[in-house]
Design a protein around this ligand. Structure first.
Ligand code: AIR
Length: 242
């Protein structure tokens, strides 16, 4: 782990040096606007979900390891200098006693998104509380635990940037439509392979009417079956439970 951490650190420094050389030579380079921090290299499989989402929305980001407990000076330097370097949102993920996001938030007025990581024997409950339970005045927008939380951190960062960037806002709209379509596809596949009750099939069919052929009389919407309560018995359920 220590070895991997050293490699990552060297890589980040190299990236920074290359960026500095090129920008001094006047070569335009995309500047990162989101900073992803994580407490350890062991958090990378979770935190890369945030990077993947940012990439999908065409947002430049940088990633580094900084621990509130093991490298507090680095966390301080990063937090204080981020805004000047053009960073607009910081995503901070950590496990165990996860103070990273809170410490970052204490040093900057940039929005900080916290990702609690389920790497501890307490399955992340410790990280969730440490990240979310900030005292008044120092907010950390805390996501759900683990990979879903990291993914949401990427989406949430895009939503913050989307308030002043039309391109990002439009990509977010497409993302929502695609997500809805994906779920509907899954639902159709499920209906096709299972014997679900008639009212659910009818409701699915009603949601997606077939296009009527030209000149054909308009198709009637399937009528909802009305269930009559049997004397002494309960009416059968008409759809999935909420
Ligand atoms: N951590 C590192 N410094 C402070 C904290 N809270 C967290 C990391 C990681 C966990 O400790 O975010 O989730 C275990 O780190 P490691 O390096 O032992 O794998």
């Amino acid at each position: 782990m220590k070895h991997a951490q050293a490699i990552q650190f060297t890589f980040c420094n190299l990236q920074f040096t290359i960026y500095t050389i090129f920008s001094l030579k006047g070569v335009p380079m995309a500047k990162p606007v989101v900073g992803i921090l994580m407490g350890s290299d062991s958090d990378l499989p979770v935190m890369q979900e945030a990077g993947a989402m940012l990439q999908e929305f065409g947002i430049e980001y940088e990633m580094t390891i900084a621990s509130a407990h093991r490298t507090p000076k680095k966390v301080l330097e990063y937090s204080v200098g981020a805004e000047k370097r053009g960073i607009k949102v910081i995503i901070a993920g950590a496990g165990w006693a996860a103070h990273l996001a809170g410490v970052v938030a204490s040093q900057t007025t940039l929005p900080v998104i916290g990702v609690p990581i389920d790497s501890s024997p307490l399955k992340g409950i410790d990280a969730l509380l440490a990240t979310a339970q900030m005292p008044g005045g120092v907010p950390v927008a805390t996501m759900s635990l683990g990979k879903a939380g990291a993914k949401n951190a990427g989406v949430f960062a895009a939503q913050i940037l989307g308030t002043s960037d039309v391109k990002v806002a439009n990509r977010l709209k497409v993302f929502k439509v695609e997500m809805e379509r994906d779920v509907e596809e899954k639902s159709k596949r499920l209906i096709a392979i299972t014997s679900v009750s008639a009212p659910i099939k009818a409701a699915a069919a009603a949601r997606e009417p077939e296009p009527a052929a030209e000149g054909a009389p308009a198709k009637k919407k399937p009528r909802r079956r009305r269930w009559k309560k049997k004397p002494g018995g309960a009416a059968p359920a008409q759809g999935p439970a909420a």
